[in-house]
Ligand binder design. Structure first.
Ligand code: SF4
Ligand code: SF4
Length: 366
């Protein structure tokens, strides 16, 4: 379906919902919709990124397929969300290319980065790869300068790409004079985003089929997000140890970077595996089948990153360390490079949409 057809269908769905309003108590999408009389692309994008795909409004809907109106709000908004990932990303052509071959591209990038790191390690110190175990000395395999340069460049690129796409999204969904940000709106949006408050629209848990509600989707999302955050914190603390205090890796099993990394790695194993299992059991009518590649790519890279990271920690004093280190760093780099083009941006756009919703609802209350 072309982008214009998609937004025309979104307009049709929201126009029917705006006349019906039966679902207005479920989530912020419906109150935000009621503030509007027409649904141009920017407003549909905003509403789509407010939706948490809890699924309630599909099973509540008297106009859902096979009714001739064919109203399926969760799927329509999921499709518009996917379009928003592609429309706002930078550079745009990368987003379009990645969307069509996400899983293959993600795994190929991980393999490609591993080959580059292997070549760098071979050129620097081939003995560290082929002879005695270097007893957890990561920098004897991949020099610190190579790691810092490669990760620094990738990090700068990812930050720029995410920043540009976030600004593009925010500018577009504003759709008029800039609305002043308030501390309270930002606080409420961050609270709702971090607690996944609207993933259980009825106050219970989100649906996986008609009248089937479980907490697992929410818990596995939490494991993934907080696991990622803890791993990031671990790397940041390790960077401070190295550059500020001159304390070099490997760090003790009881040190802060290792404790944070172990907890984060465990979360990143459980979360993505659980999300994959939940996804397989979920009613297919709730989702957008064309997002499968993006979802699987993100889940696979998170899983490989955490699995190789934990194995590296456990086996860092053995002969497997150099191989595990290279595969782990390759997976981390691939994960980072693909962040601006996949499901990760969903968290940024959703938080921005929640900020806009908090501003609008406060204005409405006044
Ligand atoms: S999803 Fe269906 S029941 Fe709910 S507001 Fe829209 S048209 Fe009405
Ligand atoms: S799927 Fe859930 S979050 Fe999305 S619009 Fe329907 S009720 Fe709201």
């Amino acid at each position: 379906m072309s982008s214009s057809d998609l937004f025309r269908r979104g307009e049709h769905v929201m126009t029917v919902c705006n006349a019906c309003r039966y679902c207005e108590q479920y989530c912020p999408v419906f109150p935000a919709m009621e503030e509007r009389l027409a649904f141009p692309k920017a407003d549909l994008t905003y509403l789509a990124n407010l939706c948490h795909n809890c699924g309630e409004c599909l099973y509540a809907c008297q106009y859902a397929p096979p009714h001739e109106f064919g109203i399926n709000v969760p799927r329509t908004l999921a499709e518009i969300r996917l379009q928003s990932y592609e429309d706002y990303c930078w550079p745009r052509f990368v987003g379009a290319a990645f969307r069509h071959n996400s899983l293959t591209a993600g795994l190929a990038l991980a393999a490609g980065f591993s080959v580059v790191l292997f070549a760098a390690a071979w050129a620097f110190n081939a003995d560290a790869l082929s002879q005695a175990a270097p007893a957890g000395d990561f920098y004897s395999v991949v020099p610190h300068a190579v790691m810092v340069t490669l990760f620094g460049l990738v990090f700068l690129f990812v930050l720029s790409a995410l920043g540009i796409s976030g600004v593009r999204f925010w500018r577009d969904v504003q759709g008029g004079p800039a609305q002043p940000l308030t501390f309270d709106a930002v606080r409420r949006a961050i609270r709702d985003a971090l607690s996944l408050r609207h993933l259980h629209a009825t106050g219970l848990d989100c649906t996986s089929a008609e009248e089937v509600r479980t907490p697992w989707r929410r818990w596995f999302h939490h494991c993934t997000f907080y696991g990622f955050t803890l791993c990031f914190a671990s790397t940041s603390v390790a960077a401070v140890y190295h550059s500020v205090f001159g304390w070099q890796a490997p760090y003790a099993y009881t040190s802060l970077p290792v404790l944070l990394g172990t907890a984060g790695g465990a979360g990143l194993l459980v979360g993505p595996a659980g999300l994959l299992a939940v996804r397989r059991q979920r009613d297919a009518a709730l989702g957008d089948p064309s997002q499968q590649g993006l979802d699987l790519s993100f889940i696979a890279l998170l899983f490989v990153t955490s699995l190789t990271g934990l194995l590296l920690l456990a086996l860092r004093d053995t002969r497997l360390m150099p191989t595990l280190l290279i595969v782990h760093l390759g997976a981390v780099l691939a994960l980072f490079v693909t962040l601006p083009y996949g499901k990760f941006v969903h968290g940024i756009y959703r938080t921005a949409a929640l900020v806009k919703y908090a501003i609008e609802s406060r204005r409405g209350a006044r």
